[in-house]
Design a protein around this ligand. Structure first.
Ligand SMILES: [Zn+2]
Length: 276
């Protein structure tokens, strides 16, 4: 884990058949250094398993993050949805503490009938409720990492994610470059485009380690449509300019690979990085 940029899969490696608590043995053996635990359909891991996962990750020097459930909408007009979203993020924070996850990645929500600024106000109000609840439960060790979202209907363009992170302690962004690319209709073409994103982040936030997602992506006018492998070069965003720009800017970063070949493409990314 001495490299400034580390790589790992979004979820359990494709060939892995064992228990999730032991998955870091496999990931380390493959030569990777990060793992994003997927609580996509709900936080189902219990305390013992989560603590076991932590122990196993420490033994293997794997940096763990957690992806919170997808069904979260902090800017919903439905109070029940808000309530469930709060509950899911509270459960995520609790499990993340057990598991030693350094980031809790989540998608903030949707605009639905609201203007972006109204949706943002509701989102922030909901986050205040979450933080209050965590405090009352004595859960203290967490970093929420709202992710740049891939659809135009979702709250979470780059500026909005930065705004949320500026507004609260214990928040740091997850930069999903493919989502930015899809939302921007192919906006990332070269190193300059990456440089612009990174220097904006540097100017607006103080980030110790940049948490990123990467995949090649197909999009429509509404935004993200489908993830593609690194080999499918007809889809962006470009890979090597990203690595070059991160190296040049001196960022410590974690890149979680979200292509259909989560671990094999993470290895491919790592080998490109080593070549540069
Ligand atoms: Zn992502």
């Amino acid at each position: 884990m001495n490299d400034k940029i580390i790589f790992g899969p979004a979820g359990n490696p494709i060939g892995f058949k064992g228990k999730t608590t032991q998955v870091c043995n496999y990931i380390a053996h493959e030569g990777l250094d990060a793992y994003e635990y997927q609580a996509t359909y709900g936080v189902r891991i219990g305390e013992n398993s989560a603590r076991e996962l932590k122990k196993n990750s420490e033994k293997n020097k794997i940096r763990v993050s957690m992806h919170a459930p997808y069904y979260i909408n902090l800017s919903s007009h439905d109070p029940k949805v808000i309530e469930r979203s709060i509950e899911r993020l509270v459960q995520s924070a609790r499990a993340a503490e057990w598991m030693g996850a350094y980031r809790i990645v989540f998608h903030p929500g949707f605009y639905t009938k609201y203007t972006p600024s109204e949706a943002m106000d509701i989102c922030k109000k909901t986050i205040e409720d979450i933080l209050e609840k965590l405090e009352s439960l004595g859960i203290k060790k967490f970093t929420f990492a709202p992710e740049t979202t891939g659809k135009k209907s979702q709250l979470g363009n780059l500026e909005e994610i930065v705004n949320i992170c500026q507004s609260f302690d214990n928040f740091a962004p997850t930069i999903d470059f493919a989502h930015i690319h899809a939302r921007g209709q192919g906006s990332i073409k070269n190193g300059d485009d990456y440089r612009q994103i990174l220097s904006y982040l540097e100017k607006e936030l103080s980030i110790e380690r940049l948490h990123c997602h990467f995949t090649r992506i197909e999009y429509t006018h509404a935004g993200e449509r489908k993830h593609h492998t690194l080999e499918e070069k007809e889809y962006g965003p470009p890979v090597k300019p990203l690595l070059e720009t991160l190296i040049e800017a001196g960022w410590d970063s974690t890149i979680i690979c979200e292509t259909p070949l989560i671990d094999q493409d993470a290895l491919r990314l790592k080998s490109y990085y080593k070549d540069i």
